[in-house]
Design a binder for this molecule. Sequence first.
Ligand code: NAG
Ligand code: NAG
Length: 363
Amino acid sequence: MTAGRVLLCALFATRVVALDLEPFVLGAFVQSATFSIANQLGFFIAQGLDVTFAQIPNSTFGYARLLDGTFDMVIGTIDNAVNLRFNQNASLTVVGQLDGGNDIILAGVPSVTSVEDLRGKPIMVDSASSGYVFLLRKILSLFALPPSDYTFQAHPLTSTKVVGGTSLRFANLAAGSLPDGTPVFGTILTYPFTGMAAHLDTPLPELARASTFVAPFSSSSVTVATSAFDDLSPASPHVRATAALLAANRFLASQDPAQIQCSRAAIASELGIAPDSTLLDAEFMAATAPVTGETAQVDFEVNSVGLWSVVDLRAQQQAFAGAGDRFNFVDALQPGPGQLIDNRMGDAAIDIAGTIPVPSSCA
Ligand SMILES: *[C@@H]1O[C@H](CO)[C@@H](O)[C@H](O)[C@H]1NC(C)=O
Ligand SMILES: *[C@@H]1O[C@H](CO)[C@@H](O)[C@H](O)[C@H]1NC(C)=O
């Protein structure tokens, strides 16, 4: 009942004000809990935005669409932004940090029950040099698997060593093979797929949990083209989208039982999972987990220690070639105008976020 009611309310609101809504394309790998709440509880609509969720197939594609203006905003791993900005001087800016590595695990097919079982096997990744690859390599190295002991799974269509974003990798892992029948063995999973993997009829083994080894870790972040900072007025669609996400994130953090009920209903509707299921319990727990979840950061503040972990992991893999030997990371990671991280968008959004009407009950 709860999920249906929430969805109906959102649809009703869309119908009433549809003519006035401004289109806004938000690219992301997964529907985060924060996005689910903003979308299902009508927060974007309250900000006059008709938000399209664009599922990103792989990080290269997703950030290219942000830079060419196809996407207005991308929620993705902050390592992508660090890479594009410091190695390629790309004009993109981090608005804030959404999570600390939400439910990131190394998972296997049922026949792979330990990290050791991955020795000599191909492992599925999104990109051979970004995203979670550095985290994956770190975990494997701690289990005495140096890079020479495994490969990255080749994609049968593109012949690159890239399978794609987490939703694609989860589908392949659950199927036990790539679409062409090539067997698969393991990959990194994140929210909401970690919970889903554990709730399959034949659950997929959790081989290692990232936060056991690297924490805090700055993971998903809200990213926009730097030009979006030219307009920080309340009329800016980027400011309004940020406000809706901020309000949703605060709502997710609420301890009020009625609001928790609404958050759970929104997550269930967005992900198409059963209300009152143990899977929904697992997803809500992951989204609100201390350190790794979406409520670990207050109002999207970037965790500076978590960001140093991101830089360390990338530096350990010699993946800052474009930045040069004398690159000053300390200066470059200071938040400010023109910097990688710019808090002005969040500051502009915060007052607006407080005015967004929130449901008092979804029962
Ligand atoms: C990323 O996705 C795009 C769009 O689906 C696809 O054309 C491209 O080949 C993918 N890139 C890689 C490296 O797989
Ligand atoms: C990096 O990009 C900025 C903004 O587009 C530009 O002003 C600057 O000159 C670029 N720096 C380098 C080293 O290319």
